[in-house]
Design a protein around this ligand. Structure first.
Ligand code: SLL
Length: 224
């Protein structure tokens, strides 16, 4: 990567939302050609914008490192959509490396996603971060499984050239409201914050109750 001569803008951060994760479906008798007989699931791993917007103005390529049981496990996707569809039988951790466009002069982002193929028998109440896509009327065990996460890529002190690129898509921020196509929004963010606030209040209340209980037990003890 050629060194960027563009100056970094001090004390400024720009964040961009991304969605990453996988969907998976049990295959019936119809399998893609060349799929080994023991492969039971068709799955797709992806990195995308919350509304499927083009993110290639900041991302140059995404490299997915699969389990060593796959031939050529290092799969480099150099143009959008940054996704990979495969077949398989097992769940494993996929290493994801996001490379940014050269103008960014940024280090790559390196993280893992656990490939999920199976709907769990007794799914925990779904957190909005990871949800079971299981519409009514469909057999739970055949439903498409999805394990999808929201995150924000934060660019600290971007250089002037990259800042211009970031600002060229002012619409690439979170939408205000949830829609059927896209739940990731300011609205969902606020709902999550509200849930956390309620949780904090509950824990504070419980701590206070326990403290009072303890105090009265100590007093009781002292008077005996
Ligand atoms: C484990 N979770 O920890 C398992 C590994 C490997 C998955 C899962 C197909 C590879 C192939 C496939 O699904 N591998 O048949 O080429 O041991």
């Amino acid at each position: 990567m050629p060194p960027s001569i563009s100056k970094r803008i001090k004390t400024l951060s720009v964040s961009r939302p991304v969605i990453y994760g996988n969907t998976a479906k049990k295959m019936g008798s119809v399998k893609p050609p060349n799929a080994p007989a023991e492969h039971t699931h068709l799955w797709t791993i992806f990195v995308r914008g919350p509304q499927n917007e083009d993110i290639s103005y900041i991302i140059k390529k995404v490299v997915f490192k699969l389990h060593d049981t796959y031939p050529n496990p290092l799969r480099s996707i150099e143009a959008p959509p940054f996704e990979l569809t495969e077949t398989g039988w097992g769940e494993f951790d996929i290493n994801i490396k996001i490379y940014f466009v050269e103008e960014a002069n940024e280090k790559l982002l390196n993280f893992y996603h656990r490939l999920r193929l199976h709907p769990y028998a007794n799914p925990a109440p779904s957190t909005d971060n990871e949800n079971e896509n299981n519409p009514p009327g469909r057999n739970a065990k055949d439903a498409e499984v999805s394990s999808v996460f929201f995150d924000e890529i934060v660019f600290n002190e971007p250089n002037e050239e990259f800042f211009k690129i970031l600002m060229s898509r002012p619409g690439n921020v979170l939408p205000s409201n949830k829609t059927d196509d896209c739940v990731y929004s300011k609205q969902l963010e606020q709902e999550e914050i509200d849930k956390i606030d309620i949780g904090i209040e509950k824990v504070d209340r419980e701590i206070n109750e326990l403290k009072q209980k303890l105090e009265s037990l100590v007093k009781e003890e002292a008077t005996q």
